[in-house]
Design a protein around this ligand. Structure first.
Ligand code: PAF
Length: 281
């Protein structure tokens, strides 16, 4: 069974004898699914040891968001991590991570990237993510950390914080793992009703159509975005955004750009879903 460690001092003691080996790190908020398992299995191929964290980070949830509801399934998660070959699970309490309370902690903000797209509707979200990831990186001190491309904006925020703060950690992106009908795996999919679950794959199909339009040469991005938004609205989604951006920094694309990404965030009933597809020309 993968051992569970709850305090920073116990984690340091356990990691001490591993310091002459390489450590790969997979931070999560738990309620693990096949997407997380794929990250852990990939981590196994990158380093001698694999450390996973499970921490539902209060700092990245807004006051009206689902922090209290977020599924906490530690027993099932530990079982999956054991099968996937994780060497250690770090599962601290909020008090362990934020001893001065969340409001009293030092935070990390990545300018510009934290404020657009998901950051526009979730104002403190990426500061919460950047802060916890920096704290966890400093505690675990891995050589490499693995993040899913499903959270594309989060991935860019983390890449930028690692560069700007000169952290000696390689960030590895892992492709989005999807259900058989294309829906991106997410812990929040469990919030969907049966009817909503039937509609949810439209998010992926819409992004595929946007990608295909760009691949065959369309450059009127605003029109492609509008068609995508209309398609989502017609199916009962409330899109927050449905856009094509530069993959490097999520700025507006220019004709001639060769690496783009189509991204969307949309509510279906009470559930907020996000997804993206990269477009390489
Ligand atoms: O992607 C997630 O699960 C979280 O945002 C992360 C990176 C573990 C930080 O809490």
């Amino acid at each position: 069974m993968t051992p569970i460690i709850k305090t920073i001092s116990d984690l340091h003691k356990t990691l001490e004898p591993w310091r002459n080996q390489s450590i790969a790190f997979v931070p999560t908020m738990g309620n693990l699914h096949a997407g997380h398992v794929a990250l852990v299995q990939h981590a196994r191929t990158l380093a001698h040891r694999v450390v996973v964290s499970i921490f539902v980070n209060p700092l990245q949830f807004g006051p009206t968001e689902d922090y209290a509801l977020y599924p906490r399934t530690l027993d099932q998660d530990t079982q999956q991590l054991t099968e996937a070959g994780a060497d250690l699970l770090f599962a601290p309490t909020p008090q362990e991570i934020y001893p001065r309370g969340e409001a009293g902690t030092t935070t990390v903000t990545v300018p510009s990237l934290c404020d657009i797209l998901c950051g526009a509707t979730r104002p403190r979200h990426f500061t919460g993510v950047a802060t916890i990831v920096t704290i966890l990186f400093n505690i675990v001190q891995p050589e490499v950390a693995i993040f899913g491309e499903k959270d594309f904006q989060q991935l860019l925020v983390i890449r930028q914080l690692v560069t700007d703060l000169c952290l000696p950690i390689k960030i590895v992106a892992y492709p989005t793992v999807r259900e058989h009908d294309g829906l991106a795996m997410s812990s929040r999919n469990s919030y969907l009703s049966t009817e909503e679950r039937g509609k949810a794959p439209l998010l992926y199909r819409t992004l595929c159509r946007m990608r295909d339009a760009v691949v065959i040469g369309a450059t009127d991005y605003e029109r492609i975005e509008e068609t995508g938004r209309n398609e989502l609205c017609a199916a009962g989604f409330s899109p927050e955004y449905c856009v094509i951006r530069r993959a490097s920094d999520l700025s507006a694309p220019q004709v001639g750009d060769r690496h783009l990404v189509a991204l969307t965030a949309a509510r279906l009933g009470r559930t907020r879903l996000i997804d993206n597809i990269q477009v390489i020309l």
